[in-house]
Structures are given as structure tokens and as C-alpha cells.
Design a protein around this ligand. Structure first.
Ligand code: C2E
Ligand code: CA
Ligand code: CA
Length: 556
């Protein structure tokens, strides 16, 4: 029960007791006064009779009546006293109780405002006040650190919120144990934490943080469910050089550094510096320019052919966006896609790419050139648009393109989304007749267990599988893993495409597996439409020449 409800309840009880006591007293008074009135009248009669009309009247009766009246007066006195005592006690009790509850409420409000419920750490608000104070009183250098648990959403999705909270508390406790006097720590949002540490030099701080993160990150048997799970952290650092620095700016800079910490397979620590600020400024500039650039047709679609593993046939192509900037030259998607995903502009880009792809297919079909299926990357940002499939169908149908000529690539990171919902979206894309592929498979957290659940037609093996080369050769262990994943996907009725094939060794190895398709620099880089168009025509011409030759040889 909340404190205010408790106070109300107790005050209501006090009021009720008071009401009962007052009404009982009033009833007592009424009864006593009424009967006393009778007694007084009686007494008057007796005394009058005795003095005037009937002197022999018994004096004892007069005295008895006096006794009765005195008795009743005493009762009235007692009732009045009891009533006063009750009123005083009741009011005092109510007063004491409301004071206690007020005190409790304000200390609870303090807890809500200043203590984080999940971790027991100071809240963001308290942390802000504390770091401002600490900076204003600093004598040595300090560093502000903003860090987050990497892929925390995955923990919540896989193990549930209770386990997610357990991890947050575990991290909070682990870090708290590592702090020295005067160092501050708080959870600032979700899986993000803020730390104000003493600073000596970058390397010492980096080493301290890495040791701390590795120690805390290794969560083994003692954790709930015996789950062995390695926690990684992305971390940004901003030095606090003197007491005049603005605490808000410092936190912001550390956040910028954290956001730019590159996602590798280890804890990432990035220090805020001018280079980073420059990168941030450049991103802001791109964000400022993106809409006019779109209007001015600076975005172009490139096509990277997909080949049959032998390299003989073009079996499809992937449409890839490029920004042809008038002064900066070609800007590649890895520079702007994360930015566009964050600000939502990617939605416009993806529909634009689909429309361009449909236009190309339409012109090939109209010309009588047999087209190949073209894939379009669908950002995860689209997933929560309930109208997504209808919009994709509308664009495709506007150009009257058979749906099986359009493939949508969803990158593996979508698997961090709510899976039931994600699979529903995927199923409806398939029901609409589109081809669906899982891009970058194996680059992150996808497990073999996930493989059997994926409702996709094509599995695109991430290029990282082919990157582990020794003397230009894949190791035998890597070969075993790749060929088994391919066999498994095939057994689950998926086609397999290997991405990032750059050399002959990789291609030769894939030729000995069940891999269906190859995409990579070895066969072709992403190219302009005109060039891809020429490649497609060349292949179709060669095919018709071969067909004609076959026909002639049969006829001869
Ligand atoms: P992705 O979907 O995995 O696309 C393949 C990327 O690998 C392309 O980079 C391609 O140029 C590159 N690549 C192809 N063959 C090789 C190779 O042999 N070696 C190496 N090292 N790289 C190779 P790109 O075009 O820079 O695109 C990067 C990423 O940006 C794409 O990765 C995709 O995730 C995203 N992207 C590109 N265009 C779009 C788009 O229109 N919409 C969305 N949502 N994302 C896009
Ligand atoms: Ca792709
Ligand atoms: Ca890919």
C-alpha cells in the first residue's frame, strides 16, 4: 500500500473513532439532560410543597432527589472528560502518524530520485550533481567514462528481463568493487553506465578499464542458470583537465566516444579527442546535406553481380547504394548508413533503391532480355512499419515486376529484434512471393540452432568466414566449419551464397562444397548499371550462341 493511502486509512479510522466517541457522548448527554430535567422539576415540586403547601413532606425525598441530580452531574462530568481525552488522544495520534508518514514518504521519494532501483547505484540525477561537485573540487586530473554492455538487448531477448536485471546488478556490483575513494559511478540509462575516475595517463586508464571489463565480463558458473556468457563493453572516455570544465559537455563527449567505439570482438575503448569531434562534425554535415543531395540525385545504385560458384553464370545481383558527392567524391555506405539508420533517412533510400531496381527490370523485360533476380537491402528500421509489405508490393506492382525477381536481404543483426514478430514479417514477405535472404550470416550472434528457424530462401555467408587466411589459404578448421554450415543450410532447403570471395584459393575451396553462389571482388566489384547491363547482355548473347551451336550440332 502506498504511503498516502496508508495515511488516509489511518486518518479515516481516527475520524471514525472520534465520530463514535462524540456521538456516544452526545447521546449520553441527551439522555442525562432529559432525565435530569425531570429530576429538577421533581425537586422543585418537592421543595415548594415542603415549604409552602405540604410542610410535613418527607425531607428524605428531597435529599434523595438531590443525590440523583448530583450523580447525573458527576456522570456528565465523567463523559465530558472521557470525550476530551479521546479527542485529544485521537488528534495527537493522527498528527504523530501523519508526521511519521510524511517523513517516510520524503525518504522514499529521495530513494526514487537518487537510488537506482535495479542496481542500487545513484541515479543519473544524483550522479550529475555529484560529478559537478567533484569536478568543481578536483585537484588532480579526472576522466569521465561512459560505457554500455554490448548487445544487451540480446541478453534480455534470450534470457528475459529478470536475467537482464541480474546482469545489470552484477556489473554494477563488480565495477563498484574496483573504485577508489572519490570515484563516482552510476547507471545513466538502460545498459549504460557513467564513471568518474582518477586519471594519470591514457595507457594506465585503458589498462585499468580493460582489466576491469575482462574480469567482470567473464560471467561463469556462479551466475544464474549456470549460463556461461561473456559480457563485452563499449566504452568512451573524456578527460577532465580542470575544474572549469562543463560536466554536461564532458558526459556528452564521453558518449560520443562510446558511440564511435568500433564493434570488434573485444571490449572497445575509445578516447574522446579532436579527431572524433571532427568525425562527429562530418556526420552532422552529412546529415545536413542528405535531403538536398537526394533531391539533386547524388545517390546512385550500383550492382554487384552474383555468380554461380563456377563463375560461369551471373545468377543475380545485389543493389548497393552510393553517394556521389560533388566535392567529397564517392561516399560509401559504411559512412552514411549507420547515420541514416539512426535518423530514419534509410527508409527513403531503401524505397529509392527498390524503385531503381524495378525500373531496370522493367526495361529488360520490355526489351525481351531475360533478367536475373536483384536483391535490395532492407534496413531493420523498416521492420516495425506495419505497412512495410504493402508498400514493397505497391512499388513492385507499379512496374509490374514478377515478385520472384526481387530479393530482400535482411542482415543478421535483425535477429536481435523480437523474433516472433520478425519471423511474421519474414513470412509475409515470402507469402507475397519475394525471395528472402539472410545477409552476413555468422558475423554476430546467430547460432546453428537459429539456422533451423530462419524462414529464408538464401543464406549469405558473411565474408568474415573467408577472411581467416594462413599463407593465402583457409585453415582446415575454417574449411570444416564453412563446409558443414553450407551442408546444413542445404539440408534445410536453403540456397547458399558466399560473400567476400577475393581470390582463387577461396573460390577453389567453395567449388568443392555445396555452395550455390559467389559474390566477391574475385568475380566482380559493385558496378554502375550500364556496366552490369553490358555484363548481363554479354552473358545472354553467349548463352544464345551456345544454344544455337548446340541446335546446329543436333541438326547435323
Ligand atoms: P552488405 O549488404 O554485406 O553488402 C556487401 C558489401 O561487401 C558491399 O559493401 C560490397 O561492396 C562489399 N563487398 C563485395 N564483395 C566484396 C569482397 O570480395 N571483399 C570485400 N572486402 N568486400 C566486398 P558496400 O557497398 O560498401 O556496402 C556496405 C554495407 O552497406 C552493405 O553490406 C549493406 O549492409 C549496406 N548497404 C549498402 N547499400 C544499402 C542499401 O541500399 N540499403 C541498406 N539498407 N543498406 C545498404
Ligand atoms: Ca547485403
Ligand atoms: Ca553481406
Amino acid at each position: 500500500m502506498s504511503n498516502s493511502r496508508k495515511v488516509k486509512k489511518i486518518l479515516a479510522i481516527c475520524l471514525l473513532v472520534l465520530a463514535v466517541v462524540i456521538s456516544a457522548s452526545v447521546m449520553g448527554f441527551v439522555f442525562l439532560f432529559t432525565s435530569m430535567k425531570e429530576d429538577v422539576r421533581n425537586y422543585r415540586q418537592l421543595t415548594e410543597q415542603s415549604l409552602l403547601t405540604n410542610p410535613e413532606i418527607d425531607g428524605k425525598a428531597i435529599l434523595d432527589t438531590e443525590d440523583v441530580i448530583e450523580n447525573k452531574l458527576a456522570k456528565i462530568q465523567t463523559i465530558t472528560m472521557i470525550m476530551c481525552i479521546f479527542i485529544i488522544a485521537d488528534v495527537t495520534l493522527a498528527f504523530i502518524f501523519s508526521v511519521i508518514m510524511k517523513h517516510r514518504t520524503s525518504s522514499q521519494m529521495y530513494r526514487y530520485a537518487y537510488v537506482d532501483e535495479v542496481t542500487g547505484l545513484p541515479t543519473k540525477a544524483k550522479h550529475r550533481q555529484d560529478i559537478e561537485k567533484r569536478i568543481s573540487e578536483m585537484d588532480g586530473e579526472l576522466a569521465y567514462i561512459s560505457f554500455e554492455i554490448d548487445k544487451f538487448k540480446y541478453v534480455n531477448d534470450m534470457y528475459g528481463y529478470a536475467y537482464g536485471n541480474y546482469i545489470l546488478k552484477y556489473v554494477a556490483d563488480g565495477v563498484s568493487k574496483e573504485l577508489s575513494e572519490g570515484e563516482l559511478f552510476s547507471r545513466t540509462a538502460g545498459a549504460c553506465f557513467g564513471l568518474l575516475l582518477n586519471y594519470h595517463d591514457d595507457e594506465a586508464l585503458r589498462a585499468r578499464l580493460l582489466t576491469m571489463f575482462r574480469k567482470i565480463g567473464h560471467l561463469s558458473g556462479d551466475a544464474k542458470n549456470d549460463t556461461i556468457y561473456n559480457i563485452m563493453f563499449n566504452c568512451g572516455v573524456c578527460r577532465v583537465k580542470n575544474k572549469d570544465e562543463d560536466a554536461g559537455n564532458i558526459r556528452e563527449y564521453a558518449n560520443i566516444a562510446r558511440e564511435s567505439a568500433i564493434k570488434l570482438y573485444d571490449n572497445n575503448i575509445e578516447f574522446y579527442d579532436e579527431k572524433l569531434q571532427k568525425k562527429r562534425d562530418e556526420q552532422e554535415q552529412l546529415e545536413f546535406e542528405m535531403r538536398p543531395a537526394f533531391e539533386q540525385k547524388q545517390f546512385t545504385v550500383y550492382f554487384q553481380p552474383k555468380y554461380s560458384t563456377s563463375g560461369e553464370t551471373i545468377v543475380g545481383a545485389e543493389a548497393l547504394i552510393r553517394w556521389e558527392h560533388p566535392t567529397k567524391g564517392m561516399i560509401f555506405p559504411n559512412v552514411f548508413i549507420p547515420l541514416f539508420e539512426a535518423n530514419g533517412f534509410i527508409v527513403k533510400i531503401d524505397y529509392f533503391v527498390l524503385e531503381k531496381v524495378c525500373m531496370c527490370l522493367r526495361s529488360w523485360i520490355d526489351e525481351g532480355l531475360e533478367p536475373v533476380a536483384i536483391s535490395v537491402n532492407l534496413s531493420r528500421v523498416h521492420l516495425y512499419d506495419p505497412d512495410l509489405v504493402n508498400k514493397l508490393v505497391e512499388i513492385t506492382d507499379r512496374y509490374q515486376i514478377p515478385h520472384n525477381l526481387i530479393e530482400f536481404e535482411l542482415t543478421e543483426t535483425v535477429l536481435f529484434e523480437e523474433l516472433t514478430y520478425l519471423f511474421e514479417v519474414m513470412a509475409s514477405l515470402k507469402r507475397a512471393g519475394f525471395i528472402l535472404s539472410m545477409d552476413d550470416f555468422g558475423s554476430g550472434y546467430s547460432s546453428l540452432n537459429m539456422l533451423k528457424k530462419l524462414p529464408v530462401d538464401i543464406l549469405k555467408l558473411d565474408k568474415a568466414f573467408l577472411e581467416n587466411l594462413q599463407d593465402g589459404e583457409l585453415t582446415s578448421k575454417d574449411k570444416t566449419i564453412i563446409s558443414h554450415i553450407i551442408s546444413m543450410a542445404k539440408a534445410l532447403h536453403m540456397e547458399v551464397l558466399a560473400e567476400g570471395v577475393e581470390n582463387e584459393n577461396q573460390k577453389d575451396f567453395l567449388l568443392n562444397t555445396d555452395c550455390d553462389m559467389i559474390q566477391g571482388y574475385y568475380y566482380a566489384r559493385p558496378m554502375k548499371l550500364e556496366q552490369f547491363d553490358a555484363e548481363l547482355r554479354k552473358m545472354r548473347n553467349e548463352e544464345s550462341v551456345t544454344l544455337a551451336q548446340e541446335r546446329t550440332s543436333i541438326m547435323n
